[in-house]
Design a protein around this ligand. Sequence first.
Ligand code: FES
Ligand code: FES
Length: 183
Amino acid sequence: MTVTLTINGAAHRLEVDPSTPLLYVLRGELALNGAKYGCGLGQCGACTVQIDGKAAFSCLTPVSALEGRQIRTVEGLGTAEAPGLLQAAFEAEQAAQCGYCIAGMIMRAQALLDRVAEPDEAQIRAHMQTNLCRCGTHMRILRAIRRAVAMRKEGRKEAQKGTRDAPAGTRQAAAEPVREARP
Ligand code: FES
Ligand code: FES
């Protein structure tokens, strides 16, 4: 069967069995190796990606369910040279040991940050509880997410300051770099 998947904004046309889990296609067909195979059972979160903005286990999601939907993987957030907000925060906190769980952790956290501008500790912990780190790095991972929230808040303040300081005609442009959370 031919399936067209939209991943990180790009369309990919694939000849694949419709029951194939998205994770296998990402890693085996498209060399998007951020998402990892951990349990294959929806119990660890190593394979987490975003589907239409929500965190999802790619090991359990057949490609047949994904036509017309927006898939985002950790590769879509940034690069080593230009990391995204969470990637930079995880790096700053050195929030990894073996690193196997980290792409899944970041994608789950991204889904929260897309929805809630400034999640509190309880919201972060509740949202992240489906993802496991067998190296026991959870405390650093939580710290990295808190750091990302703080970095975004700081960026918003700077942008507001820039908007106040900017000449009237340039105010919109000054505000643009700040990414607002979706409702
Ligand atoms: S590999 Fe998908 S939840 Fe563990
Ligand atoms: S850093 Fe090793 S599994 Fe999380």
